[in-house]
Structures are given as structure tokens and as C-alpha cells.
Design a protein around this ligand. Structure first.
Ligand SMILES: Cc1ncc(COP(=O)(O)O)c(C=O)c1O
Length: 377
């Protein structure tokens, strides 16, 4: 029997003519959900790495290494949640494409899950998306569809969904609600469990970055729900409006150019960003993000993407503040994805020169902090 529904914004009209009692569909749906759940069941937890700091500071800095998921970024968690949400809502249908607006990482993970359940996948992305991410999307059987103006990603993805009868996943709207923020081994619950045997098991601060805003919302909500004292800081790159929107309370604020730090920084206040849950925001220059991510490699021998640098820069500033006031404790930030995806960007001096980015003063600030405990202003 056809179930007439009131279509809400972003909900796919394509499902209105579908017979929900159809036995074949229910068999397919059960099998698709089982495959996604089985993928989670086969997965191990991601590591909580230590960033070495001078022992006498009494401060421990950790990075939650999300680069070790099967699709290489924190977006593996989100893609799994979005697929389960879309399947269980009856929005994802056999044979119909899933379409997403993405700066790349989410699309890589969604291409993986689309292949797992056997539906086509189309990623709508800025033309500047790294070549490696495009290669990975195609490796997982997805198609790349580029837009010159990143602000047009959303309407282009919605139009493609309407034209193909597919489902526009819309991570920017649904990230915060598709994720289980009360627990279910979400990123926050995992961090707290891994800190249990540390000398400071309840972090003073957790620093996140925001693309959809879903990760910061999940962590912040979990902290408040569990009644922890941890504070949540969101680090925002140059070409993004989250910082201004959070500071002014203006939900309509926009920027007119895309972020150079892939995966984070948005031109509009995304519906999944939950400003009220966040305690503090920091604006981070792009050159500082790159300097920090290169310092990470010197400190722990791991390359990471630019967004990891944005978060690490803010975490190091917070560490410096704690040293200044003699406060001990722990700070956690995220290693969002692997640097191999960005060898032609954040690890390329030619790219830095082309962008007019001078990382030297920022690299010197990190070195000074690590040597003296003082943040040079
Ligand atoms: C590399 C990277 N880091 C950080 C983030 C931020 O995550 P969220 O979308 O949950 O705000 C993203 C999101 O796209 C990302 O791709």
C-alpha cells in the first residue's frame, strides 16, 4: 500500500510512490542494514595517540586518530550513521543513486557504503577537491561531479537527486541527528573509555573542527549528557563563517569563498552546527594549520590533513594557557584524516607559495611553545 507522506524539506519526494509493504523491498532493506552493521562489527576502535609534551608541565595532549578507519577519516563514522538513518527512514532505495554534497572525505566514506549495499553514488564537490580524494571515490565505485562555486554544491546535489529519483543524503542537515550522541560507541564515548587509565581521565578541553558541525555537536552533547566538566572548543579556519556566526549569534552569516582547509570551514551556518553546545571557538589562520600539521609529523612521525592542524594549533594554544596559569590536566584533539591525501597541498612548498602562505612565523611559535611553555604573541 502506498503511504502518502508530507514531504519535509530535504526528504526525497522519490519515496512517495514506494510500496512499503513490498516483501522484496523489506528483504533488501534488512540485508542492506545487516551489511552496514556487520561492517561496524568487524571494525576495531581508533587509537588515542599521545603528543609528547615536557613532563614537568603536568599536561597530557592526545589525538584521536580517525585516519585508521577503513575509508581513512572520521567521516567513516558519519557515513555509516547517515546510511543507517537513510535506510531506516526508507529514503535509500534499491537501484536508486545516493547523492551527496561534500568537500571529499564524506564522499569517500559514502562511496564505500554505497558499494557495500549495492547502490550507485554521486559526489558533488568543489573543483578544488584533492585529486587523491577523487581517486578514492572512484576506487569505491562512485562518480565525481564538480562545481566551480562551492556554495552551489547543495542545490546541485538536490537537483541531481530530483533528476535521477535518487536520495540527496545532505550531511550538512542530517549529521547531527543521524549520529547517536548519547553513546553507542560514538567518538566521544570512545575517547572517555580510552582515557580511563590515564592520570587525567576527564579532559580539561576537547578541541574539534567543524565541516558539518556533526562531530563537535556529538562530542559536546555527550559531555553535557554525561555531566562531565570538560570544555568544548571548535577551531575554525580562515574562510569560514562558523566563528563569526557563533560570536555574533547571527545564523544568516555567510562568506564568499571556499575554505582552503579541506573538510572544514563553511560559507554558511550549517544546520548541523550546534553553536549553543560549544564553550569556545578559535579562528585559526590557514598558515598556522599547515605549520601545526607539519609540527605533528616532527613530533609523532605521522602526516595528517589540514583540519588536524587547525585543531592541533588551538589545542597547543590551550596547553600554553594552562602552563601559564599552572593548571594540570589533559587536552584531546582529533587526527581527522591522513596526510597522504594532501601531499600536493599542505606538504607542498610550491602550493604554499602559490597560495601566498608563509608558515614560518607559526612554525616558530609552535617550536617556542614546545621548548619554553610560552606562547609568543
Ligand atoms: C578532514 C575533515 N576534518 C574534519 C571534519 C569536520 O567534521 P564534521 O563534518 O563532523 O564537522 C571534516 C568534515 O568534513 C573533514 O572532512
Amino acid at each position: 500500500m502506498t503511504t502518502p507522506q508530507q514531504a519535509r524539506p530535504h526528504e526525497p519526494m522519490a519515496t512517495l510512490d514506494v510500496d512499503h509493504s513490498d516483501a522484496e523491498y523489506r528483504t533488501w532493506l534488512k540485508e542492506a542494514v545487516r551489511k552496514v552493521q556487520a561492517d561496524a562489527n568487524r571494525s576495531a576502535d581508533t587509537h588515542l595517540l599521545r603528543f609528547p609534551l615536557p613532563e614537568q608541565w603536568g599536561i597530557d595532549l592526545y589525538l584521536k586518530d580517525e585516519s585508521t578507519h577503513p575509508t581513512g577519516s572520521l567521516k567513516h563514522r558519519l557515513a555509516r550513521s547517515l546510511f543507517l538513518y537513510g535506510l531506516c527512514n526508507g529514503w535509500i532505495r534499491r537501484g536508486r543513486p545516493v547523492i551527496e554534497a561534500s568537500s571529499g572525505s564524506t564522499a569517500v566514506s559514502e562511496a564505500y557504503f554505497a558499494k557495500l549495499i549495492g547502490v550507485p553514488f554521486i559526489a558533488v564537490m568543489p573543483r578544488t577537491t584533492s585529486a587523491e580524494k577523487c581517486r578514492l571515490i572512484e576506487f569505491h565505485g562512485g562518480q565525481c561531479h564538480f562545481v566551480d562555486d562551492p556554495r552551489r554544491m547543495y542545490e546541485e546535489a538536490a537537483a541531481l537527486a530530483a533528476g535521477t529519483g535518487g536520495h540527496y543524503m545532505d550531511q550538512f542537515t542530517y549529521a547531527e541527528r543521524a549520529t547517536d550522541w548519547r553513546g553507542n560507541n560514538n567518538i566521544a564515548e570512545s575517547i572517555y573509555r580510552q582515557l580511563e587509565l590515564e592520570r587525567y581521565p576527564e579532559p580539561a578541553w576537547i578541541v574539534a573542527t567543524a565541516g558539518t558541525g556533526g562531530t563537535s555537536a556529538t562530542i559536546a552533547r555527550y559531555v553535557h549528557y554525561m555531566q562531565f566538566n570538560t570544555r568544548i572548543c571548535v577551531a575554525d579556519p580562515e574562510n569560514s563563517c562558523f566563528f563569526e556566526g557563533w560570536t555574533t549569534g547571527d545564523a544568516e552569516v555567510t562568506t564568499d569563498c571556499g575554505s582552503r582547509i579541506e573538510g572544514i570551514g563553511r560559507p554558511r551556518m550549517e544546520p548541523s552546527f550546534v553553536p549553543g553546545a560549544v564553550d569556545r571557538m578559535m579562528k585559526v589562520p590557514d598558515a598556522a594549520s599547515v605549520a601545526a600539521v607539519r609540527a605533528l609529523e616532527r613530533a609523532i612521525g605521522r602526516k595528517a590533513g589540514g583540519s588536524t592542524g587547525t585543531g592541533l594549533w588551538s589545542a597547543l594554544k590551550i596547553v600554553a594557557e594552562m602552563v601559564t596559569v599552572g593548571r594540570t590536566g589533559s587536552v584531546v584533539t582529533l587526527l581527522c584524516d591522513h596526510g597522504d591525501r594532501y601531499l600536493d597541498k599542505y606538504y607542498s612548498d610550491a602550493w604554499l607559495a602559490d597560495q601566498g602562505l608563509d608558515i614560518e612565523p607559526y612554525a616558530a611559535a609552535v617550536d617556542t611553545l614546545l621548548a619554553t611553555g610560552v606562547w609568543p604573541d
